[in-house]
Design a protein around this ligand. Structure first.
Ligand code: ATP
Ligand code: MG
Length: 421
């Protein structure tokens, strides 16, 4: 016997018992983004490797060690997308979506990162991304945050907290970078290996270190907040004011720097303590420089991405009530009943809005079909045998209550079901 083929480590099937929750989640997200006037964009899953190197940044976890990069048959270097923002910007530039217009866009789909798989961290995972282009004020940052807060409410999630920071303008950040490097260089001997490596490439990321031995050093480091340019300061103050007045609670976390290079000004994360180390369920911010950096005209932009699997596991903790049960299971006995059953089911699907009917196929005894009907979760069984066919009738049996079985005429069926369902 040949060896069983398994899915790739860190890449998972969503089985039928789980897909109901995914669909429930996706519907809430879709309805909510639409309620804010955002429109969906769908990008390819594979892009030029260059796109991610140029946007996310060479000295980041993603580009240094997490990308699925390969050569295709033409020897072009391609990469399975590790995130959606770069693709979205690429698509917008390519199709002229940013010329003299604002865009409010969203997407959802799989992303790929070669990380160590663990709970809440996979190699294929899913994100919902929301991006806005052409709007530079703190009002749009606030709108994005209000939208995320509404997601949590609609999804029935409460234990998620907002952390907020500002990274300032690119100029302010690079001035701060010099100060930080000077400070950290003066304490070389307290830096761990990773931080030593980042000191030249991406020193801001050192602030994000989870190493307990580094915490004292980081606490005492100069604060970016003290090097902010006036415009960023004003932007940040106004954002905080809007959030205060719209009732969004937040905590300013000056160590929040985000792992991707393209952010400036506002950055935020929604964090829960219910998921252990994988506690960030949504992360985003402003990236005014990215469109220009990728070859478009300078275009202010802001957005966020949510980790679907992490949010679903939070939802599972709350055991949401999902109704994906069937309404009707059709029990069929005999050859004539087989055709008539299919026809009746077709008519019901046309005439009864949203009805879910499963017609027994492949035969089976009456008893075994009734067992299947019961297991299916359907509320009603419609029973059709030779007898019913010859009298143009059908039997209705209630599977979840003690109501008596009833024989009715087939031409009364639609009206009867409209009453019952
Ligand atoms: P982390 O610090 O957890 O590695 P990140 O900063 O790399 O997150 P982002 O690139 O900002 O994550 O992606 C946005 C969101 O996507 C994260 O907050 C998280 O919810 C989710 N996410 C990121 N990587 C993974 C992964 N490997 N598996 C599952 N979800 C992920
Ligand atoms: Mg990561």
């Amino acid at each position: 016997m040949s060896a069983k083929i398994q899915s790739i480590r860190g890449m998972h099937d969503v089985l039928p018992d789980q897909s109901g929750l995914w669909q429930h989640f996706e519907k809430i997200i879709r309805d909510t983004v639409q309620a804010y006037g955002y429109r969906e964009i769908r990008m390819p899953i594979v892009e030029s490797t260059d796109l991610f190197c140029r946007s996310i940044g060479e000295v980041t976890d993603i580009v240094e060690k997490e990308m699925y990069t390969f050569q295709d048959r033409n020897s072009d270097s391609l990469t399975l997308r590790p995130e959606g923002t770069a693709s979205c910007v690429r698509a917008g530039i390519q199709h002229g979506l940013f010329h003299n217009q604002q865009q409010r866009l969203w997407y959802m789909g799989p992303m790929f990162r070669h990380e160590r798989p663990q709970k809440g961290r996979y190699r294929q995972f899913h994100q919902i991304g929301v991006e806005t282009f052409g709007i530079d004020g703190p009002d749009i940052d606030a709108e994005l945050i209000l939208m995320t807060a509404r997601f949590w409410k609609e999804l029935g999630l409460s234990n998620i907290h907002l952390e907020l920071n500002t990274l300032g303008s690119n100029e302010a950040r690079s001035a701060y970078r010099d100060v930080l490097v000077e400070y950290l260089s003066a304490h070389q001997n307290q830096l761990d290996e990773e931080s030593k490596r980042r000191l030249t490439g991406n020193p801001l990321r050192i602030l994000d270190s989870k190493n307990p031995q580094m915490q004292e050093l980081i606490e005492a480091a100069p604060k970016l907040m003290d090097y902010l340019d006036a415009e960023s300061q004003e932007h940040f103050d106004r954002l905080k004011q809007i959030l205060d007045e719209t009732g969004i609670e937040f905590r300013v976390n000056t160590r929040l720097v985000r792992g991707l290079d393209y952010y400036c000004k506002t950055v935020f994360e929604w964090v829960t303590d219910e998921l252990g180390a994988q506690g960030t369920v949504c992360a985003g911010g402003r990236y005014d420089g990215l469109v220009n950096q990728l070859g478009g005209k300078p275009t202010p932009a802001a957005g966020f991405a949510m980790g679907v699997e992490r949010l679903l596991s939070l939802m599972e903790n709350n055991e949401p009530e999902l109704n994906d049960d069937l309404d009707i299971f059709m029990v069929i006995q005999g050859e004539k009943a087989q055709i008539q059953g299919l026809l009746i089911a077709e008519r019901l699907r046309t005439e009864c809005v949203d009805v879910k009917i499963l017609v027994n196929c492949g035969g089976g005894s009456f008893k075994s079909q009734m067992k299947k009907a019961d297991k299916s979760g359907a509320r009603l069984a419609l029973i059709l045998g030779d007898n019913e066919v010859s009298t143009q009738s059908v039997a209705i049996k209630h599977l979840r209550s003690e109501c008596e079985q009833k024989l009715i005429r087939q031409n009364e069926l639609v009206d009867t079901l409209r009453e019952l369902l």
